[in-house]
Design a binder for this molecule. Structure first.
Ligand code: ATP
Ligand code: FE2
Length: 323
């Protein structure tokens, strides 16, 4: 019976799992009117809410803390201020209950929960969130990043553009709603460099052409078509290179139904399968941390207290995959 704590950025989440089944997945997210994140305020939000979220998860799962057999936490990558609160809560719980602690990689947790909940064996992960945009797959005993953003995350682009248009936060769903009534495709910079992506220049371009001759709906539609095509191109090439027949989505932008459709079409064309878990497991959540922690503990991996220091810059391929 594993309890997992997620606290890499906005979200403080607590999940409880038992033998690969999610019993609870509770969270509280820090938001600001303008979007964006003030690290110290996010950490304070996590301090203020951690006990309540953990209690809600235990109540939902109908689990007594004494029944827990391990505590998993997001060790990295992420914002140091936020990570530290989750790590502190996890250490306290593990020490108090006298059970093992296991630090997990946040990006790999997105992949593992997608794999688990969609029944995939060995997928490529398209991980698209506010802060991250990566294409990850397992190769020679490690999860490797085949391609990633060279600057901002795709969700960051959507949120910043939505803020520019005065649409509020989070921007992804607001852009998606406008895009649904867009008709005319406006050609935009399409920036794939080798296997990597770049969104920073595109954001500047979008701000420049907004308020001009094009309707907002058309701009949002064209933006989605362009950035999602970039992601699909890199994912498809990773699948071809690594010889994988499955694609799973992770991260908040993975909730976008147009992106899901484009991934499905791309995979169908190459005789592959695309799938994704429910939205609550795409966004940052505690269940994915608990699930990966459970797999790691079962494989004999745990994190002694002195090695439980947060790893804000941990890279996906630093982790040996022995589970
Ligand atoms: P990470 O720490 O992994 O970078 P995060 O803090 O950005 O994660 P997530 O919940 O994974 O959190 O993702 C949030 C992002 O998802 C926001 O940028 C938001 O605009 C975007 N998003 C949410 N729903 C949609 C949607 N339907 N379409 C597009 N983007 C969406
Ligand atoms: Fe995430």
């Amino acid at each position: 019976m594993l309890l997992g704590i997620e606290s890499t950025a906005h979200t403080f989440g607590v999940g409880i799992v038992h033998r690969g089944k999610v019993l609870a997945n509770e969270k509280s997210s820090y938001t600001t009117q303008e979007g964006g994140i003030i690290p110290w305020d996010a950490a304070q939000h996590h301090v203020d809410n951690c006990a309540e979220v953990a209690a809600a998860a235990l109540a939902k799962a109908k689990v007594n803390p004494k029944e827990l057999t391990g505590i998993a936490f997001s060790q990295g990558p992420g914002i140091g201020h936020s990570l530290r609160i989750g790590a502190l809560a996890a250490r306290c719980l593990a020490r108090t209950l006298g059970i093992p602690l296991v630090g997990v990689n946040h990006c790999i947790a997105h992949l593992e929960i997608g794999k688990q909940l969609t029944g995939m064996a060995d997928p490529v992960l398209l991980y698209v969130s506010g802060g991250n945009t990566q294409v990850i797959a397992c190769d020679a005993g490690k999860y490797r990043i085949f391609g990633e953003t060279l600057d901002i995350g795709i969700g960051n682009l959507l949120d910043a553009y939505a803020r520019h248009l005065g649409l509020g936060f989070p921007g992804g769903p607001k852009i998606a709603a406008l895009a649904a009534s867009g008709k005319k495709f406006v050609a935009l910079p399409y920036v794939v460099k080798g296997m990597d992506l770049s969104f920073g220049g595109l954001l500047t371009h979008m701000k420049r052409i907004s308020g001009g001759e094009h309707a907002r709906e058309d701009l949002c539609y064209s933006l989605q078509e362009t950035v999602f095509a970039m992601c699909c191109e890199v994912s498809e090439r990773a699948m071809a290179h690594a010889q994988k027949g499955e694609l799973v989505l992770g991260g908040g932008v993975g909730c976008n139904t147009r992106l899901q459709e484009m991934c499905r079409v791309m995979c169908e064309d190459r005789g592959a399968r695309a799938a994704w878990p429910a939205n609550e497991f795409l966004v940052d959540n505690g269940a994915m941390i608990a699930l990966l922690g459970e797999k790691m503990l079962a494989a004999g991996l745990s994190t002694p207290l002195e090695k439980s220091v947060i790893l804000p810059y941990q890279r996906t391929d630093e982790v040996e995959v022995t589970w």
